[in-house]
Design a binder for this molecule. Structure first.
Ligand SMILES: [Zn+2]
Ligand SMILES: [Zn+2]
Length: 262
């Protein structure tokens, strides 16, 4: 980038590949990274999408195919390997669920996420993990707590990518993704009191099995094979499709232990 040009001028002029884009965190969802990347350039998501040739109506997570990752990494000066994990998981998902409509929360225009308030409180760089977009990811195994569906202050559902530049109260903007895009307050408020509150004994055996299967979804997508309790050996990814058809994934309400949306 020329020293005579500010980031926004350079961006608008499309003179060269972008500099100063935050590094994508390994497990971070593409939509989370896009939100931070647009902010780093002082532009809206709409403008940033244009630059990286991401269709305005495309699902910002599902769009990250191997070919697209190569393009985005090049124009944003990122290492393609930083996208490897999410690209692999999303490629597995596409085999099962071409557009993500069955496994992911929200749709391409309104990609919704849950979040673990303890994870957000502990992260040095605040990001949304790819697994947080999965319907089946209902509790955080790191902190033994249920995921939150809504901002604890204004009750808005987190959706990404978000225009951080104009987010929050009075469109004053938010600097980090642990703030609500609607009201600007901290999403992790009260995180200390939710740590280690998930108690599987509160669930009936059916609910517990659903929760465990839900967690297995992500490891199945990451490894492209799945182990089923009570059955020997490993199964291919298509076994996951069968499990889903039998209603064995926590895609609906599980139990009245939590104020959750599905
Ligand atoms: Zn957590
Ligand atoms: Zn809020």
């Amino acid at each position: 980038m020329s020293s005579r040009l500010g980031p926004t001028e350079s961006f608008r002029g499309r003179r060269m590949n972008l500099l100063g884009i935050p590094k994508k965190i390994d497990f971070e969802s593409p939509a989370s990274w896009l939100s931070r990347a647009a902010l780093s350039q002082g532009v809206s998501i709409k403008e940033f999408r244009k630059f990286i040739t991401l269709h305005q109506k495309a699902d910002a997570d599902m769009a990250f195919t191997q070919k697209y990752v190569r393009h985005v990494a090049k124009v944003t000066n990122q290492a393609a390997r930083d996208f490897e994990f999410v690209q692999y998981v999303l490629t597995s998902l596409r085999i099962l669920d071409r557009h993500g409509g069955e496994y992911l929360l929200g749709d391409n225009l309104n990609a919704r996420y849950r979040f673990c308030p303890v994870c957000l409180a502990e992260q040095r760089i605040k990001v949304f993990a790819l697994e947080w977009r999965f319907k089946a990811w209902r509790w955080c195994p790191l902190h033994q707590c249920m995921m939150r569906d809504r901002c604890p202050h204004c009750r808005a559902f987190p959706t990404l990518p978000g225009d951080m530049l104009n987010a929050g109260l009075g469109r004053a903007g938010i600097a980090t993704l642990d703030r609500c895009l609607c009201c600007g307050e901290l999403l992790e408020t009260g995180w200390q009191s939710v740590m280690n509150t998930f108690d599987s004994s509160l669930l009936n055996p059916w609910g517990e099995a659903l929760m465990n299967n839900g967690r297995a979804v992500l490891s199945a997508l990451a490894c492209r094979k799945i182990r089923i309790k009570g059955e020997e050996g490993e199964f291919s990814l298509s076994a996951l499709r069968r499990i889903q058809r039998y209603g064995l994934l926590p895609h609906g309400h599980i139990a009245s232990v939590h104020d959750e949306a599905v």
